[in-house]
Structures are given as structure tokens and as C-alpha cells.
Design a protein around this ligand. Structure first.
Ligand SMILES: Cc1cc2nc3c(=O)[nH]c(=O)nc-3n(C[C@H](O)[C@H](O)[C@H](O)COP(=O)(O)O)c2cc1C
Length: 181
């Protein structure tokens, strides 16, 4: 069976980044439990430019857009900025073809300074991917800055949600290991 191609995209524009760390943790868990490799990109990979149309996009931005559109599943992460997703991450998805993510499984994650905006996944990220008619994974993963130790997720509740969401992604992708679990 052909291995699904999974792409992680993180809305951080600088590193180190807890948003990227959360996407990487989810990606590692997907690799461990499903055996799928994940390619990860972040906005720091794209440099400082903001292209208004796809034709104007740099070669690197086009490469990331093509990776997103051709993936079998996505892991998306955003830092919380002013109670919503990062504007530049939205801008990247503004350059995606409207039908390119239809029926695509997407696991949603976000990192904020505290718990106050933990519904960002339900109020902002899920509606964005609703526009694309994507199949968002039911369990979203929100973490606060305090849920990390030395750059990795250390809070047991967040780790449990990661396992749960990864099981749901595995089931949707039809992975043998998840049948009946
Ligand atoms: C411009 C800006 C706006 C922010 N707004 C919020 C906010 O509304 N709610 C919140 O919980 N955290 C907010 N934060 C904190 C960031 O969400 C938090 O530091 C970030 O998720 C850490 O991710 P990173 O390490 O990937 O940058 C804000 C940070 C910045 C820089």
C-alpha cells in the first residue's frame, strides 16, 4: 500500500517556536504510531516576503503551496495572535486553490500564551478549513506556553489529546494499526 504523504505546516515566523514544536511532536507521534513520514514547513522557511498572488510567489513559497496541495493529510499549527490565527498563515492559505483541500484530513493545533483563547481552534481554524471542505480531525490540540518543558510538550493532558487526535487521523487514513483500537 502506498504510504500517505503528510505535511506539517506551522505558522511561526521565527525560531525557536513552541507552535513548530507542537507540530513536530504531533508529526513524531504520527510517525511512531502510523509509520508515516511527515514533511514540516513553517513561515520562517518562506522568508519575510508577502506575495499577493500565487504568480508573484517565490520559488520557496510555491514549493510549500504545492506540498500542501499534494499532501494526503495536513498537520496545521498556529500561534495565537490577538485571539486568532497568525495573519501570515492565513495569507499562505489564501494562495491555495479553493478545491485543493476538499476531503483532505487536517489535524489542527494552536499555541497561545495562556488558556484564554483555547477556542481558537473551534472559532478560527476549523471554519477556515470548512471553507476548503476539508475533513478536520474532531480532536484539536491547544497548548499554552506553560505546557512545554525544554521545547517539548510536557503537559499530560495535551499529550493525551495528541495521542487521541493521532488515532483519529490514523483511522481516517485507514491505517491497519488503528482498526478496532
Ligand atoms: C503579536 C502577538 C499577539 C499575541 N496574542 C495572543 C493572544 O491573543 N492570546 C494568547 O493566548 N497569546 C497571545 N500571544 C502569545 C503567543 O500566542 C505565544 O507566545 C505563541 O503562541 C508562542 O508561539 P511561538 O513560540 O511559536 O512563537 C501573542 C503573541 C504575539 C507576539
Amino acid at each position: 500500500m502506498k504510504q500517505p504523504r503528510i505535511v506539517g505546516i506551522s505558522g511561526n515566523a521565527k525560531r525557536p517556536s513552541k507552535t513548530r514544536a507542537l507540530v513536530c511532536t504531533v508529526a513524531e507521534r504520527v510517525s511512531q504510531k502510523c509509520g508515516f513520514a511527515v514533511d514540516i514547513f513553517d513561515l520562517a522557511d518562506l522568508g519575510p516576503s508577502v506575495e499577493t498572488t500565487r504568480d508573484e510567489a517565490s520559488a520557496e513559497t510555491k514549493r510549500v503551496l504545492e506540498a500542501i496541495e499534494s499532501a494526503d493529510a495536513l498537520i496545521v499549527g498556529t500561534p495565537v495572535y490577538k485571539g486568532a490565527y497568525a495573519g501570515l498563515l492565513k495569507h499562505l492559505f489564501d494562495l491555495i486553490e479553493p478545491l485543493a483541500l476538499k476531503d483532505r484530513p487536517i489535524l489542527l493545533t494552536a499555541v497561545g500564551g495562556g488558556q484564554r483563547h483555547s477556542l481558537i481552534i473551534e472559532h478560527h481554524l476549523r471554519p477556515l478549513f470548512g471553507f476548503f471542505e476539508a475533513l478536520t480531525i474532531p480532536t484539536g490540540i491547544y497548548a499554552s506556553e506553560g505546557d512545554f518543558t525544554n521545547g517539548t510538550v510536557s503537559e499530560p493532558g495535551v499529550n493525551a489529546r495528541i495521542d487521541h487526535a493521532v488515532r483519529q487521523l490514523g483511522a481516517i487514513l485507514g491505517n491497519e494499526a488503528f482498526r478496532g483500537s
